[in-house]
Design a protein around this ligand. Structure first.
Ligand SMILES: NC(=O)c1ccc[n+]([C@@H]2O[C@H](COP(=O)([O-])OP(=O)(O)OC[C@H]3O[C@@H](n4cnc5c(N)ncnc54)[C@H](OP(=O)(O)O)[C@@H]3O)[C@@H](O)[C@H]2O)c1
Length: 328
């Protein structure tokens, strides 16, 4: 099947690299970043796209935009990996709506459109007879959406909770291990490239809240939005609070929780016993799913990173290839 890739940053380059290295029976026929794009029905030269990006700042040519690619007939699956904007989901929301309207499958790592318009987009995909898959929007490499939608079929999922933001987890771990203040740990996370220059979205708990909304809407068919999540971030946590938790053989972590029977969607710093499976270190993510048949399952893995996130995108692409290749 033919793949068009919108976004050639960390995740987009990870996806392109894997498509170039592995024989997956998927052909990259179009690619775009914010400054240009390129279409080649015979297959893009991936090394040339990387070298154009390094030399000229764009992987394509300035005259071709992402929207030109979406409206073209050069692809079967759109991979949307442009930046997340939580206010309006754009430009990804428009890209995804248009692709689905044109009967194309969509794979995305972009939380904005999936958190803002899950019901609209999944309904549209169903009506159009195509797939909309978004494994990479939640917990990077951990295949949690696939597990919830397929692996746990027959189970009632009663609750979900976990550590879904590596930046916050890194900051809390460093405050704990080295006695750093919040500002010192944040500065270190920024130096290491784990935190953005403007860390608001992560440290205020909004990134975790978006992921919680995506999970709740996926599992329980809710039509929840950010406004339905009670959110408290980690930016007011003091070294004294961390020490107090440590004195009691516990640790503080930013936890997202969804419990439909209690009408609860919440993101907040919580105290966790030291031997709890959710107590992961550094930038790791961990998510516990409580079910009626399988009991409690905890998944731990890398929540971000170029190749790790691309792993989730590639899994979605291959799922679509297996289900739909050869169908009219
Ligand atoms: N990085 C991770 O580990 C990770 C994990 C999970 C989910 N995500 C999500 O995945 C998405 C991509 O993340 P990332 O880290 O790869 O971001 P990134 O490194 O900032 O790359 C974003 C890419 O999108 C391009 N872009 C921006 N506006 C565009 C437009 N209008 N049309 C076409 N391309 C456009 C940028 O172009 P330029 O190159 O020209 O700037 C860049 O190539 C985000 O939504 C993010 O939240 C990321």
């Amino acid at each position: 099947m033919r793949v068009a890739l919108l976004g050639f940053g960390s995740v987009g380059q990870g996806v392109a690299k894997i498509l170039g290295e592995k024989d997956l029976d998927l052909t990259l026929t179009a690619v775009a970043d914010s400054k240009g794009g390129i279409i080649d029905p015979g297959g893009i030269s991936i090394p040339e796209a990387f070298s154009r990006k390094a030399k000229s700042g764009t992987c394509g040519r300035p005259k071709l935009s992402a929207l030109d690619i979406v409206n073209s007939d050069a692809y079967d699956i759109l991979v949307e990996v442009t930046p997340t904007h939580i206010d309006d989901g754009e430009p990804a929301l428009t890209h995804i709506r248009k692709a689905l309207a044109l009967h194309r499958h969509v794979v995305t790592s972009n939380k904005g459109p999936i958190a803002l318009a899950h019901r609209e987009l999944t309904d549209l995909a169903r009506r159009q007879g195509v797939a909309l898959r978004y494994e990479a929007t939640v917990c990077g490499a951990i295949p949690i959406i696939h597990t919830l939608q397929h692996g746990l079929l027959g189970n009632e999922v009663k609750a979900l909770f976990g550590v879904m933001n590596g930046t916050c987890n890194y900051i809390l771990t460093r405050m704990e291990d080295e006695g750093l203040t919040y500002d010192q740990a944040l500065g270190e996370a920024q130096e290491m490239g784990y935190a953005e220059k403007d860390p608001t979205y992560d440290v205020k708990g909004l990134d975790t809240a978006l992921k919680l909304v995506i999970l709740a809407n996926t599992v329980w068919g809710m039509d929840a939005g950010l406004k339905d999540v009670k959110v408290t971030g980690i930016d007011l946590i003091t070294p004294q609070a961390i020490q107090l938790a440590m004195d009691q053989e516990t640790a503080i972590r930013l936890i997202g929780e969804a419990i439909p029977s209690k009408d609860l969607l919440r993101v907040s710093p919580r105290i966790i016993p030291r031997n709890h499976p959710l107590l992961v270190e550094g930038t790791l993510n961990a998510l516990t799913v409580v079910t009626d048949l399988a009991g409690e399952l905890t998944f731990i893995g890398k929540g971000a990173g170029s190749v790790e996130t691309a792993s989730a995108v590639i899994g979605d692409l291959l799922f679509i290839r297996e289900r739909y290749a050869g169908r009219p």
